[in-house]
Write a new protein. Structure first.
Lengths: 744, 113
């Protein structure tokens, strides 16, 4: 109800004679009494022009008509902008919809969208777009997105890696509802820990992020919004089964207890117990696994306060390796096995004090505690990791004088206790980081927005860290937006968790020195242009980003016998260029074509001081994505297909290492290039009043990497490496499923 | 793979043509919808029903305009669908059980808002 009414605005049209000037009032609706209250100081301006005014203390405005446009924009901080098409009428009554981000009221219709107001280059993947990739978790959610690409990190463990701006997902800050989520040791399997049906929407921010959420974002930030306890759907059941034998069950419940309290339960269970070895290399193509995952949370909402708290729990058990490997052969050389048992437990809470008569003001507190515990083995090698995290962030936002000048400020605290053990090597690290931040936003009629932020963090191990970041947005015209950003990022790396897939090998892990934290600078700019070709609507987006590392963790795989970890000596950078065109030729028919170019290089430090700047391994220089979707009204039938082309990438040399090659004849150690390949996914959905049926396929082109595991026949000998997967390990996969919904 | 793509595009075009097929009829039915939420509910339920191409409800006069394929459905069946959603259709009373399940803002007793 509220969603529909406050989501729209009311226009009481008075059809009098056409006047020279437009007068009217701008109001907000009081949540309890439903009466209208005037907004003072709201911006009223003609789209794409300099003619602007603002409302007086009675909420009234008066603006002359202009010849260039009939679109009048009304905006005010804390409220969603409205654009009103002016015809004959000269008196308007506008009701703005509150947009308190702390309330998390999100209504999204289109499948993919670029957030037009945000000064950050932000792409939004909505529930609609998420339904395009029916399966299964966060890692698949980026399938129709050109900015983020996903690949298996190796051919054995089933863990996945995302990539953005040419760099691994470790450099993206991944938050779940603005709480840092998939970080530290959880980054290995983290993407598999957020089931797709839990996700309401995903925001992908490219380039430097806001300082409010911490210092760790280097190439971008991803924020995942989960299904809300007060959502419209009180029951959502999803079942899924695929041709590999994977089965999945998701049940989401939402219950409004009374006007103020609501509670939600999100659950997930999935399993694969089918031993598949289609490429006949003696190894399972996919690990057997079972996952149980759940979230229970409570929400309190009144006009003055919003509070949320809840618990998350996850258990996952994986078993992979050679086809005949059984659990009791662990620690023997009978068969090579991989196993991982992961438990993750989290408590989270968010409390926000709202100021109903001052919507630009807010005070929020986030407190979060989590425990991640994993026990893995790779053949004879054991790896255990445990991470305890405590996180608190207090944010205050307000304005200076008028809403043209707003700011966010606050303090944060992060505690991480890492306890890892690989074979006989213990790795312990305790981080305790109090910090403070301030972010100022200048807004000129939403036409020009500048955000300057800085934070200072007092790291117990690495000293005081200063993180500045700047964002600019300028609307060249009403259809064209320019954005630019620059900022610093800082993070402590976790070499083993971040290179987990490479542990499935006969490589000896060598830490050449103690690893310092990674520091990078990211600069970028983007251009978004919306256009009309006759009746056809479209948009064009292009961006360029560069990430420069002051220090980076180097995982050197050039020598097939070792995985060396050391600090960067010299240069490392990643350039990323992307161009994307979206077209809507006819109603409900969407086309997307995107091209992306990466230039990623890293200085590798040979043992005899021959540093060379090398293209980073496992990164395709080129990638093309084409997506087409067509839907009948109300999505009665929905068709969707995505075709991707991944260019060549450099893979490490895996040949023999003769003795003399170590003495200066490094040139013989030629790395090779993996070929380019296509990937085609498609899906059909049929919607009924209460439920949907879907059927689809992944990797329909049936391309697989021929020998994803090097030396698969001798897993306990030199030259064995499961971390060399550059393409799909499994072939064509067909899936089918059902969604059932009861709407409140 | 090319073949798959061609098949897919062909399938889409077929569906598109079906959507534009001639011989469709239009019926106007008076309902008891009160708000945007009612409008959305009625339009969606009808839109997903067999043989219906388009449905559009005008909240001012509460009349829903339905475009349908006469070979697949009939005005009676369409009215039946509206009744089972919880609303009156051309004076025929709503299914009480369905009506009771509607949110309070959508019930007949509620004052116009």
């Amino acid at each position: 109800m509220i969603r529909f009414f406050s989501g729209a605005f009311f226009l009481l049209l008075s059809f009098s004679i056409s006047a020279q000037r437009i007068t009217g009032s701008v109001n907000e609706q009081d949540a309890t009494s439903k009466t209208l209250k005037p907004i003072t100081g709201a911006n009223v301006y003609w789209a794409g022009s300099t003619h602007a005014t603002s409302t007086d203390t009675a909420g009234r405005f008066n603006i002359p008509r202009v010849s260039q446009t009939n679109l009048l924009v009304i905006s005010f901080v804390g409220f969603t902008n409205d654009t009103v098409k002016i015809g004959q009428e000269s008196e308007l009554e506008v009701v703005l919809r509150s947009d308190q981000t702390l309330q998390e009221v999100v209504v999204r219709g289109n499948a993919n969208a670029i957030d037009r107001l945000s000064p950050h280059q932000t792409e939004i993947i909505t529930t609609r777009a998420l339904a395009k990739a029916a399966c299964c978790n966060l890692s698949e959610s980026f399938e129709t997105n050109a900015s983020v690409s996903v690949s298996y990190s190796d051919a054995v463990t089933g863990s996945k890696q995302i990539q953005m701006l040419g760099l691994s997902g470790n450099y993206i800050q991944t938050n779940v509802e603005n709480i840092p989520g998939l970080r530290g040791l959880a980054s290995t399997f983290g993407l598999n820990f957020i089931p797709g049906t839990w996700i309401q929407s995903i925001d992908i921010g490219k380039g430097a992020g806001s300082v409010v959420n911490g210092y760790e974002s280097m190439t971008g930030q991803i924020n995942v919004e989960l299904q809300k306890p007060d959502s419209q759907e009180k029951l959502y059941l999803n079942t899924y089964v695929n041709s590999f034998g994977r089965g999945e069950l998701n049940l989401n419940l939402a219950h409004q207890i009374n006007e103020k309290w609501s509670t939600g339960l999100l659950t997930h269970a999935s399993t694969l117990q089918n031993r598949i070895d289609n490429n006949k290399d003696g190894f399972l193509d996919l690990p057997l696994y079972t996952q149980f995952n759940g979230v229970n949370r409570w929400k309190y909402q009144s006009t003055k306060m919003m509070a949320q708290f809840g618990v998350k729990a996850l258990y996952e058990d994986r078993l992979g390796g050679q086809k005949d490997f059984q659990r009791d052969m662990k620690g023997t050389t009978e068969a090579y096995g991989f196993g991982a048992k992961v438990g993750r437990y989290e408590f989270f809470s968010k409390i926000a004090k709202l100021f109903p008569d001052k919507p630009y003001k807010g005070l929020g507190l986030i407190v979060n505690a989590s425990l991640y515990d994993s026990k893995s083995y790779f053949g004879l090698n054991k790896y255990n990791g445990r991470q305890e995290t405590l996180y608190g962030n207090l944010i205050y936002q307000s304005i200076i004088g008028s809403t043209n000048h707003s700011y966010k400020t606050g303090v944060s605290y992060l505690y991480d206790n890492y306890n890892e053990q690989y074979v006989n090597l213990p790795i312990l690290r305790k981080e305790s980081v109090p910090g403070a931040f301030f972010e100022y936003t200048f807004n000129h009629l939403d036409k020009f927005v500048a955000v300057a932020g800085g934070r200072v963090d007092f790291h117990n191990l690495y000293g005081t860290q200063w993180t500045p970041r700047v964002h600019l947005k300028y609307n060249l015209t009403d259809q064209t937006t320019l954005r630019a950003s620059a900022g610093k990022g800082f993070r402590a790396s976790n070499p083993l968790a971040e290179n987990y897939g490479n542990l499935v090998s006969s490589r000896a892990v060598v830490f050449r020195e103690s690893i310092r934290p990674e520091v990078s600078w990211n600069y970028g700019a983007s251009l978004t242009h919306e256009f009309k070709l006759g009746e056809m609507a479209g948009s064009f987006i292009t961006d360029f980003y560069r990430t420069d590392f002051e220090n980076q963790l180097v995982a050197d795989l050039e020598d097939p016998r070792y995985m060396y970890f050391y600090n960067l000596k010299g240069r490392a950078f990643a350039n990323s260029f992307q161009a994307e065109i979206n077209l809507v030729p006819v109603k409900r028919f969407d086309l997307k074509l995107a091209y992306r170019l990466f230039d990623v290089k890293q200085t590798l430090d040979g043992l005899e001081d021959q540093s060379t700047l090398q293209p980073k391994m496992m990164v395709s220089r080129d990638r093309v994505l084409f997506n087409a979707g067509y839907a009948l009204p109300y999505d009665k039938w929905k068709f969707d297909a995505t075709l991707q082309w991944n260019g060549k990438k450099r893979i490490p040399y895996m040949g023999d290492m003769t003795d003399h090659s170590e003495h200066g004849m490094v040139t013989e150690r030629l790395s090779t290039m993996a070929p380019s390949f296509f990937n085609l996914n498609a899906q059909i959905t049929r919607t009924f009043v209460k439920w949907d049926l879907y059927v689809g396929g992944e990797n329909l082109a049936n391309f697989t990497q021929k020998d994803p595991i090097m030396g698969a026949s001798h897993p306990f000998h030199q030259g064995f490496d499961g971390g060399m997967a550059w393409g799909p390990v499994t072939g064509r996969m067909i899936y089918a499923g059902m969604r059932y919904k009861i709407v409140r | 793979m090319k073949k798959t793509l061609v098949t897919f595009v062909a399938a889409m075009l077929v569906m598109f043509n079906v959507a534009l097929a001639d011989g469709d009829k239009v019926v106007k039915i008076k309902t008891t919808a009160v708000c945007e939420m009612c409008k959305a509910r009625i339009e969606r339920t009808l839109g997903l029903s067999k043989g219906i191409k388009e449905s559009n409800l005008d909240l001012k006069d509460k009349v829903v305009t339905v475009k349908y394929n006469p070979n697949k459905t009939s005005p009676e069946a369409i009215r039946e669908t509206i009744i089972n959603t919880g609303y009156d259709a051309d004076g025929q009373l709503a299914n009480m059980k369905a009506h009771d399940k509607l949110p309070s803002c959508c019930k007949k007793t509620v004052a116009p808002h």
